[in-house]
Design a binder for this molecule. Structure first.
Ligand code: NAD
Length: 492
């Protein structure tokens, strides 16, 4: 492997070779080819980055907001120019099909665009005469140095739920990408370098759990955002909070979709298939459980089975391919084990995707779309986040039972309903315990100007990523009560 494939950190405006004693290989999940080697950066490099960020923040917060957003306008143009290159990079390291990767970069750019509105979004409030001759006002100031710890499944988008808002609000930031998909951020930081941020404002630190823990413990870092699995989200939330930091931690999911018998068969089938199998089921908004109400399954199970079998599986860069591989061989093994567990626990295997060999790509981590019907309530398949291309189908008699089933789950990332009844949809929206709701929508991905919500074990904290929530999270409020007596000014 040529040395050029060793990924670097970007600290204080400079690319730096890590002194890490360990590098991990980054593989293309479709071919098993080694794409790069990523350093597991030691705590001293986190310290270097945090110090550089703290030093830069002193001056960066004094730059007026209208000027702080100028590098973001430039970044948008640079990202538009590099659009195809960034999308290809995501497909190569993550495996998702090129169109999904393009959609991901589009979402990243949308967050840059929204953050360009910071001068208005971070305005304060003013009340004149809260008592005679006394005024009171609230201003927003940056929190200081912040850090974002990111997962493998959206290597291009998730850092952008945070970075544009953080820096536009006057903070400086460290980004820690997933060690499984660190290449796209390497490319993004080459664009950030050209966008015109002063040294130390944006920093990239590669690594794994030890690097994360060094970030969580660092006294100069005031705020942490995390996206990843629930056990790690819980750990990050607890450890960072114990160190006195503000934290938001997005966790895992087990997203249910409810089908009523009055749902449109063709559209609903297409939408559900996309939701379950898009990015090989490795989206935090991937549907995992389909809940059939009052016999809807009678027409839907054959339609879903046909659509699942037709789905073209292969290498994400090839035209016409609809689903790529899962991220690692270990992930594939875990998913195959869960499918078997489902069968052992009494589910009926309607479509079996376990024997997936893609000619020419025998080393890829492929699983074809799989459907398990009659999944028993409370079973492993019904309750575990699979994060693979597996649909579990469950059956209930009415909407009450469907809502109860949805709300019995420990996660609350997304819940969707498919129906032509406005009353049923409204009731579902009102009752469902999830932060993102889809009504005849299978992937309720919020636009950049809405918070990416999540409830229960899918989220720890109060403020989410994106939009106004991000502005709240990346600023602290200061309230001033002010009195000026006439007599005082007469002296001058
Ligand atoms: P992960 O939890 O394994 O890793 C996420 C990050 O945490 C990585 O940067 C990793 O280096 C770090 N990490 C891993 N183990 C750690 C440990 N023990 N201590 C400290 N840091 C650690 O998650 P993943 O596999 O990369 O991503 C998939 C998960 O992310 C799924 O559960 C998915 O549902 C979730 N996800 C959630 C959302 C959301 O918005 N709720 C969005 C995307 C992904």
């Amino acid at each position: 492997m040529p040395e050029t494939n060793r990924l670097q950190n970007y600290i204080n405006g400079k690319w730096c070779e890590s002194s890490a004693s360990q590098y991990l290989e980054v593989h293309n999940p479709a071919t098993a080819e080694t794409l790069a080697r990523v350093p597991l950066s030691p705590p001293e490099e986190v310290d270097q980055a945090a110090r550089a960020a703290a030093q830069a923040q002193v001056e960066w917060r004094r730059v007026p907001a209208v000027q702080r957003i100028q590098p973001l306008f430039k970044l948008k143009d640079l990202m538009e120019d590099a659009f195809e290159d960034l999308a290809r990079s995501i497909t190569l390291e993550n495996g998702k099909v090129l169109d999904d990767a393009r959609g991901e970069i589009r979402r990243a750019i949308e967050n840059v665009e929204v953050a360009c509105g910071i001068p208005m979004m971070m305005m304060g409030d003013f009340s004149e005469d809260i008592a005679r001759g006394i005024d009171e006002y609230m201003i927003r100031q940056p929190v200081g140095v912040v850090a974002s710890i990111c997962p493998f499944n959206f290597p291009g988008m998730i850092p952008f739920w945070y970075l544009p808002y953080a820096v536009a609000c006057g903070n400086t930031i460290l980004i820690k990408p997933s060690e499984r998909t660190p290449i796209t951020m390497q490319k993004v930081f080459h664009l950030l370098e050209q966008a015109g941020f002063p040294p130390g404002v944006v920093n990239l630190i590669n690594g794994g759990p030890d690097t994360v823990n060094a970030i969580l413990d660092h006294p100069l870092i005031a705020g942490i955002t995390f996206v990843g699995s629930t056990p790690v989200a819980r750990h990050v939330y607890a450890r960072a909070a114990a160190n006195g930091k503000r934290v938001q931690a997005q966790g895992g999911a087990k997203n249910p979709l409810i089908i009523l018998p009055d749902a449109d068969l063709e559209t609903t089938t297409n939408i559900i298939t996309d939701s379950v199998y898009g990015n090989a089921g490795q989206r935090c908004l991937a549907a995992s459980t389909v809940v059939s109400v009052a016999g809807a399954a009678k027409s839907f199970v054959p339609a879903l089975a046909e659509a699942a079998q037709k789905r073209k599986v292969g290498v994400g860069l090839e035209p016409g391919v609809q689903m790529g591989p899962v991220i690692t061989p270990q992930s594939k093994e875990r998913i195959l084990g869960l499918i078997q567990k489902g069968v052992d626990e009494g589910a009926r295997l309607v479509v079996d995707g376990r024997d997936a060999v893609i000619p020419g790509y025998e080393k890829g981590n492929f699983i074809r779309p799989t459907i398990l019907d009659n999944v028993p309530a409370g079973s492993t398949i019904a309750t575990t986040e699979i994060f693979g291309p597996v649909m579990g189908i469950m059956h209930v008699d009415n909407v009450d039972e469907a809502v109860a089933l949805v709300n019995s789950g420990k996660y609350g990332n997304m819940a969707c309903i498919f129906t032509s009844s406005g009353a049923a949809a409204r009731r579902f929206r009102y009752e469902a315990q999830a932060g993102n709701i889809g009504i005849n929508i299978g992937v309720a991905a919020t636009m950049a100007f809405f918070p990416f919500s999540g409830w229960k074990e899918s989220f720890f904290g109060t403020l989410h990523g994106q939009g106004k929530h991000a502005v709240e999270f990346f600023t602290q409020t200061k309230v001033v009560v002010e009195r000026w007596l006439k007599d005082w000014s007469r002296q001058f």
